[in-house]
Design a protein around this ligand. Structure first.
Ligand code: C2E
Ligand code: MG
Ligand code: MG
Length: 422
């Protein structure tokens, strides 16, 4: 059966007809704009599919009215993905106008129509031009301060790395190219190591070291993060078991979880089974969760945190102060320890950083009032350490005490280990 030329919902071209008709527009002086509506899935969930369909029809009308029909092709490729091939000189103004129209129609709901723009050269084919416009559009998904973006070459490299991460996650775990290192955490009252944080490391045979700053967000974006977190946690359990069976001293370890783990798998069950398989007491494992928590998944996460705590695991809030929601997260969830983000100490000078000192000490006071322990991340100098000790921080972590290393190496550090009682 021949494929439809027109999208039945909006009356716009389909992807296939757009591709085949693109050749009819004389080359040169063209732009491809890729549009996507933020949170369209959430919108459908909240207001129902028929309201969602109405919005898509409105967008089609707006695009049809704004882009000059004699010089433009307009299509809906799928769901909330619209693509326009048009005159390069007016593309940006048209995008701005389309966004204004949509805002004006829906003053009570925040609807952002994101756009990515690509200017094809004469030898670019239409499909790869569309891919590039889409990449530009995706690149501002998390950046709410802009609503359109032009494609640049770095985006292709970024995309290739993302693809590699997704393609090779499973095999890299199997082959041991992803490992876990441990960074010491020091109790300031004794100066001894009291815990260690487990951090994932990816040493790729093709690319070399891939930073967690790259693979963690990619795995979160593509909802694969739980696979890495379960793997890292099982590695921690295995390392622990080896030391335990050899009769060597032990140390409580904290593992990083993504808030998505609570949606993507039964993370409590995963941890419970690994921990009991390796005979690790719950009080020897801490759960770190970063503060970037969305409203949407509040219930599952809140229940998860409570359950972990009731079962005897400590739950720590990671990177406190790094995002805009820190205080709300503290208000709504219960933690045993707050980890102060290393940004608090960035460029810290004990004689000059008066404002930083006020912020650090008043947040410490707040942690105290809420009955939580305070841990400072990113301690790099003796001066920072002395200041934190003087105001009464419980614990600290950072390059000053040691970079992430093998678990056994931590036990060889001169600083010494607090005797852990299992
Ligand atoms: P994080 O949990 O806040 O971990 C601390 C990060 O700060 C680590 O970076 C560590 O190497 C770095 N760091 C520690 N001390 C210092 C210091 O004194 N100065 C500076 N400049 N940096 C310091 P890393 O290992 O690159 O990890 C980055 C982030 O990736 C982590 O931040 C954590 O959020 C995430 N991550 C790492 N492993 C995992 C994992 O297995 N699962 C999940 N979900 N996230 C992970
Ligand atoms: Mg952490
Ligand atoms: Mg942190």
């Amino acid at each position: 059966m021949p494929r439809p030329v027109i999208d039945s919902l909006t009356g716009l071209l389909t992807r296939e007809s757009f591709h085949s008709r693109a050749g009819e527009i004389p080359p040169g002086g063209l732009a491809v704009a890729w549009f996507n509506l933020d949170n369209f899935k959430m919108f459908n969930k909240r207001f129902g599919f028929s309201r969602g369909d109405e919005i898509l029809k409105e967008i089609a009308l707006i695009l049809g009215n704004i882009f000059p029909s004699s010089k433009s092709l307009i299509a809906r490729f799928s769901d909330d993905n619209f693509v326009v091939l048009t005159d390069w000189a007016t593309v940006e103004t048209c995008i701005d106008t389309a966004q204004e129209y949509l805002y004006a129609l829906h003053e009570n709901v925040t609807l952002r129509l994101r756009a990515g723009i690509y200017f094809p050269s004469d030898d670019d084919d239409i499909r790869s031009s569309c891919d590039r416009a889409k990449l530009a559009c995706d690149s501002i998904r998390k950046n709410h301060s802009v609503s359109s973006c032009m494609f640049h070459d770095g985006m292709s490299r970024e995309l290739a790395l993302q693809q590699h991460i997704l393609d090779f996650l499973e095999s890299s775990m199997k082959l041991g190219n992803i490992t876990v290192l441990y960074q010491p955490i020091v109790r300031l009252s004794t100066g001894k190591i009291c815990e260690a944080e487990a951090l994932a490391r990816w040493n790729d045979p093709e690319i070399g070291i891939i930073s967690p700053a790259k693979f963690i967000p990619t795995l979160e974006q593509y909802r694969e993060i739980h696979k890495l977190d379960i793997y890292a946690m099982r590695n921690v359990c295995a390392d622990y078991k080896i030391r335990r069976e050899a009769g060597l001293p032990l140390l409580p370890v904290s593992v990083n979880l993504s808030r998505l783990d609570f949606e993507l798998c039964d993370i409590i069950e995963e941890i419970e089974s690994a921990v009991s398989l390796c005979g690790i007491p719950r009080k020897m494992m801490r759960i770190e969760i970063t503060e970037s928590i969305n409203d949407e998944d509040m219930t599952a996460l809140n229940l998860g945190i409570e359950k972990f705590r009731m079962m005897g695991y400590e739950v720590w809030m990671d990177d406190f102060g790094s995002g805009y929601s820190s205080l709300n997260v503290l208000k709504d969830y219960s933690f045993d320890t707050i980890k102060f983000d290393m940004k608090f100490l960035h460029g810290f000078d004990v004689n000059k950083s008066e404002k930083a000192k006020y912020i650090i000490s008043s947040n410490l006071e707040m942690a105290r009032l809420m009955g939580m322990q305070a841990l400072a991340e990113g301690v790099e100098t003796e001066e920072q350490l002395e200041y934190l000790r003087s105001i009464g921080f419980d614990k600290a972590q950072g390059y000053y005490f040691g970079r992430p290393m093998g678990l056994d190496e931590i036990f060889a550090l001169e600083r010494g280990i607090e005797t852990a009682v299992e």
